[in-house]
Ligand binder design. Structure first.
Ligand SMILES: [Zn+2]
Length: 195
C-alpha cells in the first residue's frame, strides 16, 4: 500500500506522541529513529505491522461498523470504548467517536469521563490520564489508568483482552450485543515496534 509523504509524516507524528510510553533513557534514541524514517521506511513499517489490509480505510471506522474486530467494553449512541491492544497497563482504553472527525466532540469527552470513573472504581489506579489523540485522522481519546509501576507498552494476548473485557463488562452489567468477529485478525492500532 503506497503512502504519500503527508501520510507518512502523520504516522510519524503519531508515533512521536507515544514516546512517553518508553523508558526515559531510550526516548531520544527512538525519537531520532522515528524522525529519520523515510516515507518508504514508514511504508515498510505499516506492512510489517499488518496494516496493509486496511486498503486506505480508517481502522476505527471499520471497528465502529463491526467490520474489524475489537474488544468493546462500553458503547453509547455516539461512541464506543475499546481495549487498547498494546496497553501501557490494565484497563488502557480507547474512546472512539462513531463519526470520523478530526476534532473530539463534547459527547465523546463526556463519555470518556464516564469510562474513566468506571475504570477508577474497578481497578483503583493512582490516577487516570485522559489524552486526545488522532490516528488516521480519526480523533480519539485515550484513557489510561496509572498505577505507578508503568514501564512500557506491550502487546496484550487475546486471552488477556477477553478476560479483561469480561471483567469490565460483567461487574458493571453493561449489555453489549455480541457480534461475530474474525478472531485471527490483529487490529492494527500502530503497535510500537520501531524497525
Ligand atoms: Zn475513521
Amino acid at each position: 500500500m503506497p503512502i504519500t509523504k503527508e501520510e507518512a509524516s502523520k504516522i510519524k507524528k503519531h508515533l512521536l506522541t507515544q514516546l512517553d510510553n518508553f523508558p526515559e533513557d531510550k526516548r531520544s534514541q527512538i525519537e531520532e529513529q522515528i524522525n529519520s524514517m523515510t516515507t518508504e521506511q514508514v511504508e515498510t513499517f505499516i506492512e510489517q505491522n499488518k496494516l496493509t489490509h486496511l486498503g486506505g480505510q480508517c481502522i476505527f471506522c471499520s471497528i465502529v461498523a463491526n467490520k474489524a474486530p475489537s474488544y468493546k467494553i462500553a458503547e453509547d449512541k455516539k461512541n464506543i470504548a475499546i481495549l487498547e491492544l498494546n496497553p501501557l497497563n490494565k484497563g488502557h482504553t480507547l474512546i472512539v467517536p462513531k463519526e470520523h472527525l478530526e476534532e473530539i466532540p463534547e459527547s465523546t469527552k463526556t463519555f470518556a469521563q464516564e469510562i474513566s470513573k468506571k475504570l477508577q472504581n474497578k481497578f483503583n489506579p493512582n490516577e487516570i490520564q485522559i489524552k486526545e489523540i488522532e490516528i488516521m485522522n480519526h480523533a480519539l481519546i485515550e484513557v489510561i489508568p496509572i498505577y505507578g509501576d508503568e514501564t512500557e507498552r506491550r502487546q496484550a494476548t487475546e486471552e488477556e483482552l477477553k478476560t479483561l473485557q469480561e471483567e469490565i463488562r460483567t461487574r458493571e452489567k453493561i449489555k453489549i450485543k455480541k457480534k461475530s468477529e474474525p478472531e485471527e485478525i490483529d487490529i492494527p492500532i500502530l503497535p510500537m515496534r520501531i524497525p
